[in-house]
Ligand binder design. Structure first.
Ligand code: HT7
Ligand code: ZN
Length: 866
């Protein structure tokens, strides 16, 4: 397979202004009639005579140009070439496709009896021949014809303009989307779905019809998504001045979907697990996820759809910006600190790992083989951090001026990350020249910080040196422009003034390899509070003492840093036990947790976060030659020691946080449930009998899924095998007809180190509810096992790796995107202890030797072996 390079970008030789589509949906096949209004691009770089359209897995039936059949078209497995076309013409193409056989879930496919599409990134070429690239923007008219009884609901982008009965019990609905869009935003749906309606009145007084379409059995699971949508619409008007533009906004839930959701213009399609919720079936975590994904897809209407990407190297233009926007939204809907903690926790565990591995790439990649492999944490999450840093450097007002200018200037156009940054520069007058390196250079920068206090002169000096490790094809890095938010505290915890005006917080702008900052008139050595609110996606290397960390846990005015100090303290304790420097758990850690559990004035959501030790995956990322079993066991020892010492306090916390009120998705109730469940899981983990009784009771009487699943999870991760097996059995009996709940049931087992590892996971693959065609089932059994059940996945005999290799190989033929995604954990092989890494490497080598490897899997496997 060939690499595609950013440097080779050329403007499209032809443009398509209008697309008229007609879908004849049948059970065996679908006929797609397409009429394209094509013209030569006056701005194209060369004078290409031939029109070359993308197309894959299509049967071409007829092809006419301005009404005359084209006889000499050349068709291969990826394209259709018509030579010597005029400057302007209509092209009529009829193709036949087989959505029923489409297991890749790209293009048009069938899921639970309904037709639906997924065109990003390059799925439209599996529907009809087209210039399937994001800088070709056209207006679409879509007519869908299907059996009236089987498919009463027929949807496409835009507004409905016509409908009618047809012969043979068929009907048609025609949709027109007035906004030019790239083909990746095309969507259509046909099915027997129920419709839930709501409405939203925009700031300018237009009433927008909100509609959600789901299978009849899910009709009581739409309320939360619709409420989230309305909040997102309101928020985008208030914070970004962005109004919705069509008369209708539709959401459809489908069970088989490769990712979480898709922002098709006016017709968002969601993975059922990311949109359906009721208190009885979804946990608080699912409610939170749904709120943020619904908002994310809605925000794309401006950041992605109205202003789109010139090419796929610019993916972060829409994804990084939209993740930043949805993070801001979630922060405004709940606790900003808790939202930031959860986000950074994920970023540091998973994106830092990506940045440190063989697939490391810049936020704006320079090359790819298969673009599907670049929907990465780097493009999304680090991309969002880069936008956040621009926000920090410019301040909220300038940033808003920049975004207004960006939307106004580029509305209806396909642009680049550089256009985005240049607009921010223009609006603010700031020079972001050096800042652009965040888009160009891969790898996570490290800040080495040292300090010195001159007691006689009262001067405190902070010295900061930045570096960034080599990454594939980028051996040397130039310094980044890094905003470092910081403050200093005196020994009573009071923030110290940092300048003559008396500011107690500053954003230091690091631009050189080395900086040193002097703070004067200090009476004593201060405690530094660095990288507040995680102001840049960097690693901070400073020799904190445990006393300093204890001090920051209770005194840092920055909530994020209070949590982070607790994490650092726990990491230090675990690492020195691992290295044999400490044999017992430091009492100070236990005391810190005791304070958290007994101080009832603290924010409960924060306490729940602070009670959680750093995850095993994060500890692995911090370790060279990681011995997974040793890390897991040491972490477990610390956890059980703390829980045993604080048993009474945990019982009290669990009791204090019960409520008899009906379920409400409010910040306060979510926090109480989360804290009660954290306490419960620590109690069952240590085999506490009272904890077990509480868990059994909570499981039995739970009025909502958060409590029920919290109890199930506590029993699953405990030595109480009898109670665990009973609860698992009961849970399945109760919820076997609900795929989203069954997915949670799969995940709690495959991710549990207590459940016997591979043997159990193999049993789950044989379970009647498992479905090889459903990505959610694959992810919750195989993906969760490899990503979360780390002791068993990294079994020293290599069985976990071989198991994963087998499943990837099996899936590659049916769904290469999912297969390539599953291979991710293996790509980190260099991080592990020698025996583990050799086994991982040999599984990758075996995969590479497979003769029929997809492009997707080939890219991941071959790059990770380089
Ligand atoms: N923009 C959407 C990306 C997406 C996708 C990409 C590849 C294959 C399948 C896909 N489904 C959705 C989702 C988003 O970021 O909003
Ligand atoms: Zn997105």
């Amino acid at each position: 397979p060939q690499s595609i390079y950013l440097k080779d970008y050329r403007k499209p030789p032809f443009l398509i202004d209008h697309v008229d589509l007609r879908f004849e949906l049948f059970e065996e096949q679908t006929r797609v009639h397409s009429r394209l209004q094509v013209r030569r691009n006056p701005e194209a770089d060369g004078a290409e005579r031939d029109l070359v359209l993308h197309g894959e897995d299509l049967e071409l039936e007829t092809l006419t140009l301005d009404g005359r059949p084209v006889e000499d078209a050349v068709v291969d497995s990826e394209s259709l070439r018509i030579s010597n076309v005029p400057d302007q013409f209509n092209l009529d193409v009829v193709t036949c496709i087989r959505p029923q056989e489409n297991t890749r879930l790209e293009g048009l496919y069938k899921s639970s009896g309904m037709f639906c599409t997924q065109c990003e990134a390059e799925g439209f070429r599996r529907i009809t021949y087209f210039l399937d690239r994001p800088d070709v923007m056209a207006c679409y008219r879509t007519r869908i014809e299907a059996d009236s009884e089987q498919y009463p609901v027929l949807l496409a982008n835009g507004n409905p303009v016509d409908h009618g009965e047809m012969e043979g019990g068929r009907h048609q609905v025609t949709w027109e989307d007035p906004f030019p869009k790239p083909s990746y935003l095309f969507a259509m749906v046909a099915g027997d779905l129920v419709e839930k309606r709501d409405e939203f009145t925009t700031g300018s007084g237009r009433v927008v019809d909100l509609r959600m379409y789901v299978e009849p059995r899910n009709s009581d699971k739409c309320e939360h998504a619709l409420a989230s949508l309305k909040k997102a619409m309101q928020w985008d008007e208030e914070v970004y001045g962005r109004e919705y533009d069509l008369d209708i906004f539709m959401i459809v839930a489908v069970d088989d979907f490769n990712m979480g959701a898709m922002e098709n213009k006016g017709l968002n399609i969601f993975n059922s697990s990311c949109v359906l919720a009721s208190p009885e079936t979804a946990t608080d975590a699912a409610y939170e996820r749904i709120e943020s994904i619904v908002a994310h897809e809605y925000f794309h209407n401006w950041s992605g759809n109205r202003v789109t990407c010139r090419d796929w190297f610019q993916l972060s233009l829409k994804e990084g910006f939209t993740v930043f926007r949805d993070n801001q939204f979630s922060a405004d809907m709940g606790s900003p600190t808790v939202q930031r903690i959860d986000h950074v926790n994920m970023l540091r565990t998973a994106q830092f790992a990506e940045d440190d591995g063989p697939m490391a790439h810049p936020v704006r990649p320079e090359s790819y083989i298969e673009i599907g492999n670049f929907y990465t944490l780097t493009v999304y999450e680090k991309g969002a951090e880069v936008v956040r840093m621009i926000h920090t450097l410019l301040g909220p007002d300038m940033f808003r001026e920049g975004s207004d200018l960006y939307f106004a200037r580029f509305d209806g156009r396909a642009v680049t990350t550089d256009d985005f940054v240049a607009t921010m520069e223009e609006a603010s007058g700031r020079d972001l020249g050096q800042f652009r390196r965040w888009y160009e250079q891969a790898g996570t920068p490290v800040l080495h910080v040292s300090d010195h206090f001159d007691a006689e002169k009262g001067v405190y000096t902070l010295s900061i040196e930045q570096s960034c490790p080599a990454t594939p094809r980028q051996p040397h890095k130039a310094p980044f422009h890094i905003p470092l938010r910081m403050g200093l505290l005196d020994s009573t915890g009071e923030p110290l003034p940092l300048d003559d005006i008396g500011n107690t917080e500053q954003v230091l702008e690091l631009t050189e390899s080395r900086h040193s900052y002097r703070f004067k008139d200090l009476k004593e050595r201060p405690v530094p509070s660095l990288l507040r609110n995680f102001s840049a996606p960097v690693k901070l290397d400073y020799a904190w003492s445990r006393d300093q960390l204890m001090f920051l846990v209770s005194h840092d005015p920055d909530g994020f840093n209070r949590w982070d100090a607790g994490q650092k303290l726990a990491i230090d304790v675990i690492q020195s036990m691992l290295e044999g420097n400490d044999t017992e758990v430091d009492e100070r850690l236990i005391e810190a947790y005791r304070n958290l559990l007994t101080d009832t004035s603290l924010d409960r959501a924060m306490v729940a976060r602070m009670l959680a030790l750093p995850g095993t995956a994060y500890l692995i990322e911090l370790t060279r030659d990681a011995d997974v079993q040793a890390i897991h066991e040491t972490r477990q020892r610390v956890q059980t020691t703390v829980a045993n010492a604080l048993r009474e306090e945990l019982l009290a916390v669990h009791m204090r946080n019960q409520s008899s009120e009906p379920y409400a998705f409010s910040a306060e109730r979510v926090a109480a449930r989360s804290l009660a469940n954290s306490a419960l899981s620590l109690l069952t983990l240590i085999g506490d009998e009272a904890g077990k009784d509480l868990a059994v009771e909570q499981f039995r009487d739970a009025p909502n899924m958060t409590n029920r699943f919290g109890a199930l999870s506590a029993l699953v991760n405990s030595p109480f095998e009898k109670e665990r097996d009973r609860a698992l059995e009961q849970f399945y009996v109760d919820w076997q007809d609900d795929p989203q709940v069954v997915e949670q049931w799969f995940a709690v087992q495959s991710g549990s180190p207590w459940m016997g590892g591979l043997k159990r996971v193999r049993e789950l693959l044989e379970h009647p509810a498992f479905d090889w065609k459903n990505p959610n089932k694959i992810r919750t059994v195989i993906g969760v096992f490899a990503a979360r059940n780390l002791v068993h996945f990294h079994e020293p005999d290599g069985s976990g790796y071989r198991f994963l290799g087998e499943q990837i190989q099996r899936l590659d033929a049916s769904n290469p995107q999912i297969a390539a995604g599953l291979a991710q954990p293996l790509t980190r092989w260099r991080r592990y202890a020698p025996r583990l890494r050799e086994s991982m490497k040999s599984v990758l080598e075996e995969l590479l030797a497979e003769p029929q490897l997809s492009k997707d899997l080939f890219e991941v496997v071959s790059k990770s072996l380089q």
